[in-house]
Write a protein that binds this ligand. Structure first.
Ligand code: PNS
Length: 164
């Protein structure tokens, strides 16, 4: 049984993340969406909300679960018996950012990282841009799975929060 860990901040989960999870399920029996509690940046959404939103967005998919990562990703992978780390790549900037992390994780425990090229129609979607659009009262409904937008609007104090 191949277990793949898909790590990230998921602040919030987006339609791009969903696409990567679906693609990873084609080669992994189980995909563990691993949400870093501390990814070296201050998240908009607390870990409990990020977990809740991701679970709500993914509970219709078989062989997918969502967990928090309290410390080192490689330790989480070891405990989960994961063979591989999966990351989505939208373009060269993602590759440049992911490459040192993949090398570091391999240095630490030997675990390999598989890069998945997502749907190009979703390549403009990043959690940071979703937060920025929401902060400026823009519409994020098409960028995130159903049920996610209200929590983001509330967290940024958008006028849209009261319209939900
Ligand atoms: O979605 P992000 O913020 O690009 O994901 C970054 C993440 C969470 C994958 C990375 O920060 C991480 O793995 N954090 C867990 C702590 C850890 O293992 N750090 C060393 C990674 S080389």
């Amino acid at each position: 049984m191949t277990i793949a860990v898909f790590p990230g901040s998921f602040d919030p989960i987006t339609r791009g993340h969903l696409d990567v999870v679906r693609r990873a399920r084609r080669f992994a029996d189980e995909v563990v969406v691993a949400i870093a509690e501390n990814a070296g940046k201050t998240p908009l959404l607390p870990i409990e909300t990020r977990l809740e939103l991701a679970r709500g967005a993914l509970d219709h998919l078989d062989g997918v679960r969502v967990e928090a990562v309290p410390g080192l990703l490689v330790e989480f992978c070891r405990a989960a018996d994961a063979e591989v780390i999966v990351k989505g790549v939208r373009g060269g900037a993602d590759y440049d950012a992911e490459m040192p992390m993949a090398l570091m994780n391999r240095h630490l425990t030997g675990i390999e990282t598989v890069f998945v090229i997502g749907d190009p129609a979703l390549a403009h979607i990043a959690s940071s841009l979703v937060r920025d659009v929401a902060r400026n009262n823009g519409d994020i409904e098409d960028l995130v799975p159903q049920g996610v937008a209200p929590a983001v609007y509330r967290a940024v104090g958008s006028v849209r929060a009261t319209k939900e």
